[in-house]
Write a new protein. Structure first.
Length: 250
């Protein structure tokens, strides 16, 4: 990746470069919206810095459960409101929030199935009413669409059709295996899921953009290295890894 040399130089000058005595293991807890972008970038960071990254990707509810149980970590990546809450609670260091990327909510169907019309809010509503089953998540997108169904006036009618995934389970999984006709989740988690044809994002007038951010643990053992990691994955060039997954960097 073209930015590796630039970042490697900066890391070396700061004493955090490959082969330095300060090479450490950074422990990260992360929700899954930024997972694919991070999977592309983290090996580059490890190569450039000499650090290793131990990261757990899981659902929002599971991340919160792990944090509440006192599981140690250096860096947390999840939706910005949750990062702000953890900073306010003292779990994350004050001023440590860095925005990584934002994602809208999208719709997918099983690969090869007809793609429904979601071009307008009216069309989207008709598609939901016509669907036999609808999948949604336990994360930010799931919380949003439950409220959206209420605002569209269809919550009672579609409630029997809804299937919510367990925390950490992608909606794409239950689309691909035929458990639901259509599924709704963050674009970054659905657009390139194997066995799923991405239909598109929600119409603009009902779209919800979620910012995914990072925060450094107040008791982080490797705070400096965690800061270097975030600087690495939030450079303009690194942003291309998130753009490829349907996210907007920053």
């Amino acid at each position: 990746m073209k930015f590796q040399g630039v970042v490697a130089t900066a890391l070396l000058l700061s004493g955090l470069g490959a082969g330095s005595a300060s090479a450490v293991e950074i422990t990260v807890l992360s929700t899954q919206a930024t997972e694919q972008g991070c999977r592309e970038l983290l090996p580059e960071f490890e190569k450039a810095s000499g650090h290793t990254v131990k990261i757990v990707y899981t659902g929002t509810l599971d991340v919160k459960k792990r944090v509440a149980a006192g599981e140690p970590f250096d860096l947390l990546i999840m939706a910005s409101p949750d990062i702000d809450d953890f900073i306010a609670a003292g779990t994350l260091a004050p001023g440590s929030r860095i925005d990584i990327a934002k994602s809208g909510v999208g719709i997918g169907v099983r690969a090869g199935a007809p793609k429904p019309d979601i071009s307008t809010t009216e069309a989207f509503t008709k598609t939901l009413m016509a669907a036999k089953s609808i999948g949604y998540s336990t994360g930010p997108s799931g919380n949003y669409v439950v409220g959206l169904f209420d605002r569209l006036g269809i919550a009672d009618q579609i409630k029997p059709k809804l299937k919510q995934t367990s925390t950490g389970v992608f909606v794409g999984t239950i689309i691909a295996n035929g458990d639901v006709d259509i599924g709704i989740q963050q674009v970054s988690e659905l657009a390139h899921f194997t066995g799923v044809d991405f239909v598109g994002p929600l119409p603009a007038d009902i779209q919800k953009m979620t910012i995914f951010s990072s925060g450094i643990a107040a008791n982080a053992k490797q705070a400096a290295a965690a800061e270097a990691l975030i600087k690495f994955i939030t450079t303009p060039d690194a942003g291309q890894a998130f753009k490829k997954r349907g996210m907007e960097p920053g």
